[in-house]
Design a protein around this ligand. Structure first.
Ligand code: AMP
Length: 472
């Protein structure tokens, strides 16, 4: 067996390949044998079309089981999978295609798989070494150009094994999969955990209340972004009885509000397990399966992951930029040697750009992105610290604290909130709990905070929208 990730996954497919891999929304199933055969045909087709090991194969399409057949076929052929967000526009796609230079660009996975049927399935995956490239994942890039994180077969295999163990996956598990598959969360984290168990996935094209509530009747594990959990809580039909077999609810890709964690526990009796990851390293830390899952903390580094706080402000447990080194950390940004050099320390730690702290026992807390740090009148303001105070005030559902250009202070602190309240009262209350320079100078209410598909609040959008707030 080589280090081709496909070989690891296939070695864990169930002995009885007739067992389901995908359970679709209409109740129909796709077996592991169909998956395996089609992946083999896709690989054969790609090779017949001249795709060689290391060549890129890009894909932009809506979620379907065929996307996964193409993904596995690309791995088998030793090529490099480049998934692209289905929402990208033509101009954005031009950039990605120009950058990744794929040999093949798949836009209709069902059609691609169908046409591959005339090729005899490849039986043996092309041998790959651990360091060989398996996938290029373009970062969501809220500033500057999106970068292609180069993930190797070894990076993905090591992370998959670590998560499978950390979260106690077994062949008895049924994973509810409602995540998109152009992002590491749905494509690698969820898919690989399930495939290493040889179990089925309840495969939903996207999150809808009705389908998720239906799927939860049978699922044992659900992975989601925080908005999945807030949507479930907003639905009165979601009760303890809705998820009779679920042993684990996992959340990540964006911070889970402590209030969501608490409300979810009250409603379902389950403590959501929060973990932290990114395109450049897949999963980095996780709360424990057995042990204390603490709201607001992302838990402990996975085995083999070294995590340290760089540029901390001196005191133990001070906030600083999180740096990581370990088996799942990517090697470089595609075609960006300078950028790569800037974002790794001399001793090989990746500078994540997330600000956080670590308790003496190793537990990690995230307080935001370094670029979201506000410097007001020369003082550092960590938005998370302010958000935690605001989120506790009556009437406020969620807040996003940003720095906006301010003539006196350089940046002024502003809060954009959902829920309701009176601006002057909120500012007065915040000033009781926070130093004056940290308290917001303006509070704005909106119906919804802008989010990307992974549920992350787009602070760059807010900063643009309210750029002139302190200018009037
Ligand atoms: P992406 O590369 O799109 O997966 O985005 C990665 C970023 O998402 C990280 O650098 C964090 O800023 C954020 N993130 C992921 N998981 C969490 C979490 N559990 N809590 C807070 N931020 C998170």
């Amino acid at each position: 067996m080589s280090d081709n990730l496909y070989e690891l996954l296939a070695s864990r497919f169930p002995k009885d390949r007739a067992r389901p891999c995908f359970i679709l929304s209409d109740g129909s199933e796709i077996s592991y044998s169909v998956l395996e055969e089609n992946a083999g045909r896709v690989a054969a087709r790609l090779m017949a079309e001249g795709v060689e090991p290391g060549d890129r194969v890009a894909l932009q399409a809506e979620k379907s089981a065929e996307v996964i057949m193409v993904y596995l076929g690309v791995l088998m052929a030793g090529a490099v999978f480049v998934p692209l967000n289905a929402a990208y526009t033509r101009t954005e796609i031009d950039y990605f295609i120009g950058d990744a230079e794929p040999k093949v660009f798949v836009t209709d996975p069902p059609g691609f798989v169908r046409d591959a049927a005339r090729h005899a399935p490849l039986k043996q995956a092309v041998a790959r070494a651990k360091a060989d490239l398996a996938s290029l994942i373009y970062t969501s890039g809220t500033t500057g150009r999106s970068k292609g994180a180069m993930l190797s077969h070894g990076n993905l295999a090591e992370n998959a094994r670590a998560l499978h163990a950390a979260w106690g996956f077994s062949e008895k598990d049924v994973l509810l999969h409602a995540l998109p598959v152009f992002h590491v969360h749905g494509l690698f984290v969820a898919l690989h955990c399930s495939m290493l168990s040889g179990g089925p996935m309840i495969w939903l094209p996207k999150f809808t209340d009705a389908e998720v509530l239906g799927g939860l009747k049978r699922a044992t594990v659900m992975m989601g972004v925080p908005t999945f959990y807030t949507r479930l809580l907003a639905n009165p039909n979601f009760t303890k009885a809705s998820a009779p077999n679920v042993r684990l609810f996992i959340s990540g890709s964006a911070p889970l509000l402590p209030s969501t964690f608490a409300e979810f526990e009250e409603r379902s009796g389950q403590r959501i397990l929060e973990r932290y990851g990114m395109s450049e390293a897949v999963i980095i830390t996780t709360n424990p399966l057995n042990g204390d899952r603490i709201a607001g903390s992302v838990g402990f580094p996975l085995p083999g992951v070294e995590l340290r706080i760089g540029g901390g402000e001196g005191e133990p447990s001070a906030n600083g930029v999180i740096e990581i080194r370990g088996p799942s950390v990517f090697s470089a940004y595609w075609h960006m040697p300078e950028k790569t050099k800037e974002e790794f320390t001399r001793d090989g730690f990746f500078i994540t750009g997330d600000v956080g702290r670590k308790d003496p026992d190793g537990r990690v807390w995230i307080s935001g992105r370094a670029k979201d740090l506000i410097i007001s009148g020369g003082y550092n303001v960590y938005p998370k610290e302010v958000e935690l105070v605001l989120d506790e005030l009556p009437g406020i559902t969620e807040s996003a604290v940003i720095g906006l250009p301010h003539a006196d202070f350089g940046e002024g602190v502003a809060a954009v909130c959902t829920g309701k309240g009176v601006e002057a009262d909120i500012i007065a209350e915040a000033r009781k709990q926070l130093a004056a320079y940290k308290a917001p100078k303006r509070v704005i209410f909106v119906a919804d905070l802008p989010r990307n598909t992974m549920g992350k609040v787009q602070k760059n959008v807010l900063r643009q929208t309210y750029a002139d707030l302190f200018k009037s």
